[in-house]
Design a protein around this ligand. Structure first.
Ligand code: GAP
Length: 514
């Protein structure tokens, strides 16, 4: 675990050193849980968004996109339930004056018991070697059984408290489990209180009577309130979907793990409107479709798992997360939710407008049901970055840091390098750049030794390096070096475009999705 934490620290500093992610307002000592994307980060992020957008809008003829405003009428958040129920349970330690999420403190305590169980299993596996029967050991070892029983009882008590919104019980669990403040080491806890996560601001001058508006905490509501506009103007028939990418804001109290939990972040959400009664069929469809989208990137199938929700959000009748194995454990990257007709019905009620669909097959009108897929761009970015990072020791004792980014997502697709800065090689290299730059993000680099230049490109995940040497001037061939294998092949300049395209085009990823 400590080793994984070290790797994560290295990834965070690599992200800064190579222009992927910077702390916001760094020269003013930063702003907590807010980050900026640098010159390479923005390209990687844009490529992730393009992959999602095209997978939604090109591959599904019944999905269209919108781009709604961040500011919306404040009643929308009353209708959606966010004003009353978008809360985190918070608890303060009186000695350290630090504030925590009560649910996170308890989840951490559960995770500690899980760790103890896994440690026992790992110890026994080492002791028994080949003959180890893990399943039998888990079922019969008295220490493991005791931990499992304790864990399950605690988990049940915790879920009940969360589902019943029982704040006193949450506090009691913290007391009973003897959870201490990591800073003060004491158990001097306050009561648990609910804290709303929405940011507020004022719209209009006070003389006109300013109105309190919220920075949207999810992009989904912008889709719901445009449902009728899109359905009517696009003459959409059920089932159909509306996709949107945009910023969302949450006043997260426990903001940690770099860009995993931020106060300003970006979501890619799609609401799929279906006939009531069909929602479970579509829930299953989107669960599978979204996992296929993730796996097509080739980051490793074993790094994904589903986590079905026990505590459902106020609007959902089924929900699952797609979790990805980060260096700090399996974590939610995407949620797939069956949101019933809750949101549209609420907007009908609060706006007084009829929001219904006339189903020509059934010859009746109803409020559609909704399946939502909701993924955080920044979390997706983090999962791609973490799983791509590798420190390699090469033959001869040299080493390199390489990002094995999926080629279609890489910020730079190829780098063209004259072997030396003379003899007309730079001119030839520029000529190649000028040809490739219309289709691929292409770098030109003539500084330092060729080895150093390769390392620089490896560190930002550039799939191809093209080296121009004296032979190029004679026969119009170059060396094409591939990032992962470091293999170098001699190819004709005329073939470069196709060779690069075949590997880096987004189309090749999309084709895997069918
Ligand atoms: N419309 C449903 C919705 O917003 P959510 O589970 O609260 O559901 C969806 O959020 C996704 O948004 C999460 O799976 C995660 O990837 C991302 N996300 C949520 N809060 C985030 C935060 N504070 N920082 C970064 N990403 C976040």
């Amino acid at each position: 675990m400590a080793q994984q934490e070290d790797v994560f620290k290295k990834i965070v500093s690599h992200a800064k050193e190579y222009g992927f992610v910077f702390q916001s307002s760094e020269i003013y000592d930063g702003l907590a849980a807010v980050y900026d994307y640098g010159q390479n980060g923005v390209e990687l992020k844009n490529n992730i968004k393009r992959y999602w957008w095209d997978a939604m809008t090109l591959l599904h003829e019944n999905i269209v996109g919108i781009d709604s405003a961040i500011f919306m009428h404040p009643t929308i958040w009353k209708a959606s339930g966010h004003v009353d129920a978008f809360n985190d349970p918070l608890i303060d330690n009186r000695d350290s004056k630090k504030r925590y999420r009560a649910d996170v403190l308890i989840e951490d305590a559960i995770a500690k018991i899980d760790e103890k169980i896994e440690k026992e299993v790992a110890k026994a596996a080492k002791r028994f070697g080949e003959s180890f029967n893990e399943e039998l050991f888990r079922q019969t070892n008295p220490r493991v059984v005791e931990h499992v029983n304790k864990r399950n009882a605690l988990h049940q008590r915790f879920s009940d408290a969360m589902n019943n919104n029982d704040l006193e019980e949450l506090r009691q669990i913290i007391i009973d489990e003897e959870i201490v403040c990591p800073i003060s080491g004491t158990r001097n806890w306050t009561d648990v209180r609910q804290f709303n996560l929405m940011f507020k601001t004022e719209m209009g001058s006070t003389a006109d009577g300013a109105m309190t508006v919220y920075l949207r905490p999810e992009t989904a509501q912008g889709i719901f309130v445009n449902y009728l506009n899109v359905q009517k103007t696009g003459r959409m028939r059920l089932p159909f979907g509306i996709a949107q990418i945009g910023k969302a804001f949450r006043n997260e109290i426990v903001a940690r793990q770099f860009i995993f939990r931020m106060r300003e972040f970006e979501q890619m959400e799609m609401q799929f409107f279906v006939r009531p009664g069909d929602e479970m069929k579509w829930f299953k469809f989107w669960k599978e479709t979204r996992l296929r989208w993730h796996k097509a990137l080739g980051l490793g199938d074993e790094k994904y798992r589903y986590h079905d929700h026990e505590k459902l959000a106020h609007y959902a009748n089924a929900a699952t997360d797609i979790e990805f194995e980060m260096p700090f454990g399996f974590k939610e990257v995407e949620g797939i939710h069956s949101r019933t007709n809750f949101d549209l019905s609420q907007h009908e009620k609060f706006s007084g407008k009829k929001i219904q669909y006339f189903d020509p097959e059934l010859n009746e009108s109803y409020v559609p049901y909704v399946i939502e897929t909701s993924i955080g761009v920044d979390r997706m970015f983090l999962s791609v970055l973490c799983s791509s990072y590798e420190e390699q020791v090469l033959e001869g004792g040299e080493s390199r840091v390489v990002l094995h980014l999926p080629a279609a997502l890489a910020p730079v697709k190829c780098a063209v390098m004259p072997l030396v800065k003379k003899d007309g090689l730079p001119d030839k290299a520029r000529e190649i750049v000028n040809d490739l730059k219309f289709d691929f993000s292409t770098h030109y680099d003539e500084k330092d030794s060729i080895g150093k230049r390769y390392r620089r490109q490896d560190a930002i995940g550039t799939p191809f390096c093209i080296t121009v040497d004296h032979q190029t001037l004679e026969d119009n061939t170059v060396t094409l070096r591939e990032r992962d294998s470091m293999e170098q092949t001699r190819v004709n300049v005329a073939d470069l475009h196709k060779l690069i395209h075949d590997r880096v085009a987004l189309t090749s990823l999309l084709r895997r999705l069918g």
